[in-house]
Design a protein around this ligand. Structure first.
Ligand code: DGJ
Length: 687
């Protein structure tokens, strides 16, 4: 055997196992038809990077492994010990490679998986087999991309404006997005994409990498003078953070690699399919009280909010920050996870019971990793901080971080969470994390690695004890969105911004990684609390409709007309939910920069939104060419939801029209004229 081929869903990865060292990745891209081992032999002579790039394999770029054994350092040169695979043509499979370097005292196990959707996952485990300690510098996962991948796309952002795209040429050298915030970060790229010139949502060949890790991490693209190029991702370790004693191992986070021959949507669909392999129950429309009441937790007010929420069709009520001891503002109380007896004399039961009687689920906010210095917990256990005991790190939002890898801290948090989940039969936890980690120290060493693993353990144990519990990953909005946290949570809070105009972009780009049913999207107040922008309810709702829909607005201040309109949108969301939360997400490469066109498609139906963001420069709009439909099929096309205010609508909107998928995809529907900040929804049923 000279090659191992993994193939599924139109993608293929070819490993060359003809040499003694680590397998080399010959190809990651389109499937190769019925190509067999012998068909590939003539091309195996060309240079290709090994599964873990190193100088011994003539890779002079960033090494896949860095580390040192003091006093007797040996550059590592791997000998392949065994290779196991269950690869099945067209159905993906797993390749497990074991290699060792006796002199360097190291063993490597690499696991490469292609799932049924063609997504490739890769991780390495390194073991120190020698007696002396091995100081690990870094171990990353990388796969090659071909020379024609000439452009890069990645993301940055800030609080309340996450996932802002940036593009550049992929020249020689390294483009490295490094995160040392101790959490995934508002500016965390999430995805690093390389593609052919001008790639879009529906065109071009693209390769993407995502690090499934919630601590410090790196995504990088590197092109060498020799011409070879790589995409890589992994954990960023501080010096001394991981020191392996004899027999000890370090396992990298999974890195996910997605290829597409047809643009970003297809690349994203493979990622979505991976998450969707763990199915979720129908996503209940949620009310979160944060922007409705903030810390004002009067029972009467919250009961009125709950009544109104239920009347509007809401199915889950989530009580946000402010319910626990001393938490009357954000300067005190974090860590004191006991219901505040002053504010809630009967505990949370009066609220939780009413919420349930109204037919809604009940959820609660926590920020387990954090502590306010002004709290009973910090006063009793000043040594529980993720810090040097002699010096507090700089505060942020008046809070510090607990050292979760300390057994007493872990035990305290598990007991508190477990007890409260049990006492209130919580359906849902919003798990927040509102600061970057500054100067984190655990047990005298840099502490992010241990902290991240301890958080994962806590989440896993809580879920084990409460299998029905759902958990939302929030981190000042969207600062902890990654496949490490999503492996153990059910949705993310996409952004603290509920401004629907900003949200259109945030959800579009976050949605490359996260499918709609896991992406929290709330209808905010008429005047947005962060941007101060006033937007019509129809636009706010049409924006939230395309995610896991919720409401974060003081409904006690809404008019009867507004409540009725909101109820209509919620009913529409529920009707469309089986489609919105299971279909393939498509985003058109619409030529008019003032508008967006996106949708969700199942084989028998689809829904699209044509979104006017700003005033259109041209008189007539560009036709709405709907991507993702079956060209052979005929669809009945109609407007869904209310007509946008002030719209001038073309004839086809007057009644259902029947058109083929090819006409809808190629010629498109004549565009409506919409006011800025409005959207027209179009529903299609296959006939
Ligand atoms: C930050 C979150 O992103 C908000 O939604 C809210 O839960 C606040 N924290 C509460 O402090």
């Amino acid at each position: 055997m000279s090659t191992v081929i993994l193939s599924a869903a139109g993608a293929a990865l070819v490993l060359d196992v003809s040499a003694q060292g680590l397998p080399r990745v010959r190809h990651f891209g389109a499937e190769l038809g019925s190509a067999q081992d012998q068909d590939l032999l003539p091309v195996l002579a060309a240079p290709a990077p090994p599964l873990l790039p190193a100088q011994g394999d003539t890779w002079y770029g960033r090494p896949g492994l860095s580390g040192v054994r003091e006093g007797e350092h040996w550059p590592v040169r791997w000998t392949l010990e065994r290779l196991d695979t269950d690869a099945t043509q067209g159905a993906g499979g797993t390749v497990t490679v074991t290699a060792a370097d006796e002199r360097a005292g190291l063993r490597l196990v690499s696991e490469l998986v292609m799932d049924a959707g063609g997504l490739v996952s890769l991780r390495h485990t390194l073991t120190n087999t020698a007696a002396s300690p091995y100081r690990l510098g870094g171990l990353v996962c990388a796969l090659p991309v071909p020379g024609r991948a000439g452009e890069l796309l990645d993301f940055t952002g800030r609080w309340a404006l996450e996932k802002v795209p940036q593009r550049r040429a992929f020249g020689q050298g390294v483009w490295s997005r490094e995160n040392r915030r101790g959490r995934t970060g508002h500016d965390g790229t999430g995805l690093l994409v390389a593609g052919t010139q001008g790639f879009g949502f529906g065109s071009g060949e693209v390769w993407a990498v995502h690090a499934g890790w919630s601590g410090n991490h790196v995504h990088y693209a590197e092109r060498m003078a020799e011409g070879a190029a790589l995409l890589g991702a992994g954990e960023l370790l501080d010096p001394g953070e991981v020191v392996l004693g004899e027999g000890e191992s370090y396992t990298t986070p999974w890195a996910y690699f997605s290829w597409s021959g047809a643009g970003l949507d297809d690349m994203s669909a493979r990622l979505h399919a991976h998450l969707r392999a763990r199915p979720l129950p129908a996503r209940p429309v949620t009310l979160n009280n944060w922007e409705a009441t903030y810390f004002d937790h009067g029972l009467d007010r919250l009961l009125e909010l709950a009544e109104r929420a239920a009347a509007a069709g809401i199915e889950r009520f989530v009580l946000d920050d402010g319910w626990f001891r001393h938490r009357r503002h954000d300067r005190a109380g974090l860590g004191d996870w006991y219901v505040d007896e002053g504010v809630w004399p009967g505990g949370l039961h009066p609220l939780a019971d009413r919420v349930r009687k109204l037919g809604m689920q009940f959820g609660l906010w926590f920020e387990p990793e954090m502590v306010n210095p002004d709290s009973d917990l910090a006063r009793e256990h000043p040594d529980w901080l993720l810090a040097r005991p002699e010096r507090m790190p700089p505060p942020h939002r008046n809070q510090q971080v607990l050292d979760l890898a300390r057994p007493e801290v872990y035990a305290y948090l598990l007991e508190r969470l477990d007890t409260l989940v049990g006492e209130y039969a919580l359906d849902y936890i919003k798990w927040d994390h509102n600061r970057d980690l500054a100067e984190p120290v655990h047990d005298g060493a840099p502490g992010v690695h241990a902290q991240t693993l301890a958080t994962y353990r806590l989440l896993d144990e809580l879920r084990r004890r409460h299998p029905g519990l759902e958990i939302e990953s929030c981190s000042s909005g969207g600062a902890r969105i990654d496949y490490g946290i999503l492996a153990r949570t059910d949705r993310v809070w996409t952004s603290d911004s509920n401004d629907a105009l900003d949200r259109q972009a945030i959800q579009r780009w976050t949605g490359l990684l996260v499918p709609p049913e896991r992406m929290g999207a709330h209808v905010g107040a008429p005047r947005d609390h962060i941007t101060g922008r006033s937007l019509p309810l129809a636009f706010r709702a049409a924006t939230a409709l395309f995610g896991h829909m919720g409401v974060e607005w003081d409904l006690t201040s809404a008019s009867e007309a507004e409540l009725e309109e909101l109820a209509g949108w919620i009913a529409l969301h529920k009707r469309l939910r089986p489609l919105l939360h299971a279909g393939r997400v498509v985003r058109a490469d619409h030529p008019d920069p003032s508008a967006l066109l996106h949708g969700v498609v199942l084989p028998d139906r689809a829904v699209f939104a044509y979104v006017q963001l700003t005033s259109r420069v041209t008189v007539g709009g560009e036709p709405l060419r709907l991507p993702g439909l079956d060209p052979q099929a005929v669809y009945e096309v109609r407007v869904a939801g209310p007509e946008p205010d002030g719209a001038r609508l073309p004839d086809w909107t007057g009644g259902p029209v029947r058109l083929s998928g090819s006409v809808l995809g190629e010629l498109g529907l004549p565009a409506p004229s919409l006011r800025p900040a409005s959207a027209l929804l179009v529903e299609l049923l296959r006939v």
